[in-house]
Design a protein around this ligand. Structure first.
Ligand SMILES: *Cc1c(COP(=O)(O)O)cnc(C)c1O
Length: 369
């Protein structure tokens, strides 16, 4: 029995009729860019996240970029984030000409360690971007408390956290803005690229709406030079269909996570992911840690089980960010975690047999190892 890392084909087969209706509708209306399907999705996603506004864009990277740009962050400014994330978080900071400043993560939650935050704030800090990694929110209260004391806005990178909650509030509603990706493999994924910003700040939402569409106030009237980062009509319609299933799909992810945890509870040498107090984890990824990660990974591969590494090289050690002059040893938790993590197959609808198969292969691996 082979086990894929994700299975989008089966997921889409379940709702094929509804998706095909969207394709036909958009083909007939020719509303290929923004338009009524996108507007409707924006309304629904704002409601889902418990925010007043949602602005749909073409990627999660664009969502992060446009929030920073709309807050006026630019050259000479610093933006704090974590080195243990997908590079897009830092790229958005680079895209506006600002400097990414890293702060290490907490080893249990894999998210920003609030205890280390205050020490890296300077007079140039213009924003803080905690990342809700793997489907779990960062520890937002202490982060917001420190940020508020310094009058610095907090932008959530919620690209892996659609439907995740912190103290009963949805990811995307906790900071000044939440940034989402609808890349196909995310918990809520388009059939192509997609992204969105959620916020309660009407002026910020309006500015992002203009930014994504050439700084337009209306057709061919431009208040400032923006960019073209609009969402496609087709993706808006598809996301509206899939949003209805998000909670069910997240529950299925949580069930699979619980099954992994139950079977692997007695394993030696494997650290399981932890759902932190006050958090509702939506398991975008199910990430274990082990000293013999490479050996476990090879064993899974030879048994026909796919796995992943999210992410193998922390950003401060990437060639792309050599210019920041960080050294190995600067973020010891991120570095240790990067060498020990292993992402197991996780997707809505993964069978109990598949989870059992992966887990028993790992149990064998840790006894041999
Ligand atoms: C996917 C992702 C992004 C970027 O989203 P795209 O839609 O691929 O541009 C940003 N941050 C994190 C943490 C992500 O997982």
């Amino acid at each position: 029995m082979t086990v894929p890392f994700v299975d989008l084909k089966s997921l889409h087969r379940e709702i094929e009729d509804e998706l095909q209706q969207v394709f036909c509708r958009v083909l007939n209306s020719s509303a290929f860019v923004l338009g009524p399907e996108v507007k409707q999705f924006e309304k629904e996603f704002a409601e889902y996240t418990g925010t007043a506004h949602c602005v749909a864009v073409n990627t999660g990277t664009a969502a992060l970029h446009l929030v920073l740009a709309s807050l006026g962050v630019g050259p000479g400014d610093e933006v704090i984030t974590v080195p243990h994330t997908f590079i897009a978080t830092a790229e958005a900071i680079s895209a506006v000409g600002a400097r990414p400043v890293f702060v290490d993560i907490d080893e249990t939650s894999f998210t920003m360690d609030p205890k280390l935050l205050e020490a890296v704030i300077t007079t140039r800090t213009r924003a803080i971007i905690p990342v809700h990694l793997y489907g779990q929110t960062a520890d937002m209260d202490p982060i917001l408390e420190i940020a508020n004391r310094h009058d610095i806005p907090v932008i959530e990178d919620a690209c892996q956290a659609h439907g995740a909650e912190y103290k009963g509030r949805k990811a995307g509603s906790l900071g000044i803005a939440g940034c989402f990706s609808f890349y196909p493999g995310k918990n809520l994924g388009a059939c192509g690229e997609g992204g969105a910003v959620t916020t309660n700040d009407a002026a910020l939402a309006r500015r992002i709406e203009m930014w994504r569409d050439h700084g337009s106030t209306k057709k061919y009237e431009h208040a400032f030079p923006g960019l073209n980062l609009r969402m496609e009509g087709l993706q808006g319609g598809i996301l509206s269909v899939k949003l209805k299933y998000l909670d069910r799909w997240n529950s299925q992810r949580r069930e699979a996570a619980a099954q992994y945890a139950e079977i692997l509870a007695d394993s030696t040498g494997i650290t399981l992911p932890t759902e932190m107090a006050d958090c509702h984890h939506v398991y975008h990824l199910y990430v274990i840690q082990a000293d013999n990660r490479e050996q476990l990974r090879e064993q899974l591969t030879s048994a026909g089980i796919e796995s992943g590494l999210h992410y193998p090289i922390p950003l401060h050690l990437q060639e792309a960010y050599r210019c920041l002059n960080y050294q190995r040893g600067d973020f010891p938790v991120s570095e240790r975690v990067a060498s020990r993590i292993l992402s197991l197959p996780m997707y809505p609808g993964i069978s109990t047999d598949a989870v059992e198969r992966v887990a028993s292969e790992l149990l064998e691996g840790c006894h041999v190892g």
